[in-house]
Design a protein around this ligand. Structure first.
Ligand code: NAI
Length: 421
């Protein structure tokens, strides 16, 4: 068995890496069964016998609970730590199992700080927009901080009362409107956490030659947490990345000192030099902007909760959750889990109706992460061709004219034959 190693912060990828997968619950096993042959066919077509992935099944969720009594066995985490990179289907969130969410646990245990969601349109996919092809963004959502840290105290709990008392007596807080019945949540957002996420977004923009990075925040209301996120982002772009970036913060400073013409000239000069333009948008405005002017945005860096809302809103713009891929990545340690972004879809599980594109495209992201771009491209192209020719699963077929409805497995087989052509 060969494993990925990390030397001097760089991943070294063997030709035959062992990659663990979690098929997942609900529709998970169906979409996995349809997808694995597609991954293998794309790798074989791109590299012949030279490269191959050894898929190693590991357990989490219901199957793990049935077989081992644990929702997330230690062996599963050990296997991911050893292999560094894994692929997973959707997992049921255990109710009352002592774990808030298996996904959140995996992200926090491995410190997978960036949740990366590329959002693009595939021609032919039913979309609520008139020009859905204008949406082409990659979201970098901070994955370890913000209200997702889970620091919450319930109404009436003694800790809540103590906290409220400390806030009122020691910090002169007067605006807890109903202190007797308030629950309290804590929102940690750090300079370190923000900068590593925003740095990953800028690195990505540089590598992929994307023209802008937009910091999305609610800094007008949450000045030190989300406002901090924005400020640290600008600072990072203007120091560490000063040769590669020009910020709208710098633009404003030039405008104030020398006027609009000079600021416009500096902006143009930066664009001509191929610099990444780093700007910021307040989150509520951003949700309008992505509907009205999606073409203005490329790479998005944002805090955890905003990222959650934005990812789903953007996914819906280009055809919904059956087709949205995602990766949870720590760019420093090289750990990464790529995953279908939808849930277990219990309403259609076992019926052959699930769309495997989310898992397929997440696998494509995994291949890109390994540097196997050619294989990733073959998967994307096969999906493009299948959708363009209206050979699709039930979710798309129901809102497409004259579509041929395929089962999950048939859709996978079609992609394999398109790749082999
Ligand atoms: P869901 O994403 O499972 O389903 C929402 C709707 O989307 C359903 O109508 C479903 O049929 C449809 N859908 C989802 N995936 C689809 C696919 N591949 N093809 C076609 N249609 C698809 O969300 P829901 O019902 O809120 O959650 C069900 C379970 O999944 C819960 O236990 C939840 O905690 C878990 N979940 C897990 C996630 C993960 O593992 N990443 C993410 C979201 C939810």
């Amino acid at each position: 068995m060969s494993y990925i190693t990390v030397t001097d912060g760089k991943s070294v990828i063997p030709d035959n890496p062992t990659i663990p997968f979690i098929a997942g619950d609900g529709v998970g096993p169906e979409i996995w069964a349809a997808s694995q042959p597609v991954f293998d066919a794309a790798i074989a077509k791109a590299y012949g016998d030279q490269k191959k992935i050894f898929w190693q099944e590991i357990l989490a969720g219901e199957k793990a609970f049935e077989e081992t009594g644990s929702w997330l066995p230690d062996h599963t985490l050990d296997a991911i730590e050893q292999a560094k990179v894994a692929l997973k289907g959707p997992l049921t969130t255990p109710v009352g199992g002592g774990i808030r969410s298996l996904n959140v646990t995996l992200r926090q245990t491995l410190d997978l700080f960036a949740c990366v969601r590329p959002v693009r349109y595939f021609e032919g996919v039913p979309s609520p927009l008139k020009e859905p092809e204008k949406t082409d963004m990659v979201i970098f959502r901070e994955n370890t901080e913000d209200v997702y840290a889970g620091i919450e105290f319930a109404k009436g709990q003694s800790e809540t009362k103590q906290l409220i008392q400390i806030l009122q007596e020691q910090f002169a807080v007067k605006n807890i409107r109903f202190p007797e019945s308030a629950a309290i949540g804590v929102k940690p957002v750090s300079e370190e956490g923000s900068k590593r996420l925003i740095g990953a977004a800028i690195d990505f923009a540089i590598e992929q030659k994307r023209p802008t990075v937009t910091l999305v925040h609610k800094g007008n209301i949450m000045k030190f947490t989300e406002g901090g996120f924005k400020g640290w982002g600008y600072e990072l772009a203007e120091t560490t990345y000063k040769e590669k970036c020009f910020t709208m913060n710098q633009y404003q400073a030039i405008k104030q000192a020398e006027g609009t013409e000079a600021a416009d000239a500096s902006l143009q000069k930066a664009k001509d030099a191929g610099k990444i333009i780093v700007n910021d948008v307040i989150a509520d405005n951003f949700l309008q902007q992505i509907l009205l002017y999606p073409e203005k945005y490329d790479v998005i860096a944002t805090c955890n909760l905003n990222g959650d809302y934005i990812s789903d809103a953007l996914a819906a713009q280009v055809g919904g959750i059956g087709i949205a891929p995602g990766g949870n990545i720590n760019y420093d340690t090289g750990y990464a889990i790529f995953e279908a972004t939808h849930g277990t879809a219990p309403d259609i599980a076992g019926k052959g109706k699930a769309n495997p594109c989310s898992l397929l495209l997440s696998g494509g992201m995994l291949l890109e992460f390994l540097g196997w771009q050619e294989a990733a491209d073959l998967i994307t192209q096969a999906i493009e061709q299948a959708i363009r020719t209206k050979q699709v699963t039930a979710d798309f077929a129901q809102s497409m004219d004259e579509a041929t409805e395929l089962t999950t497995q048939e859709f996978g087989s079609l992609l394999v034959s398109l790749i082999k052509e």
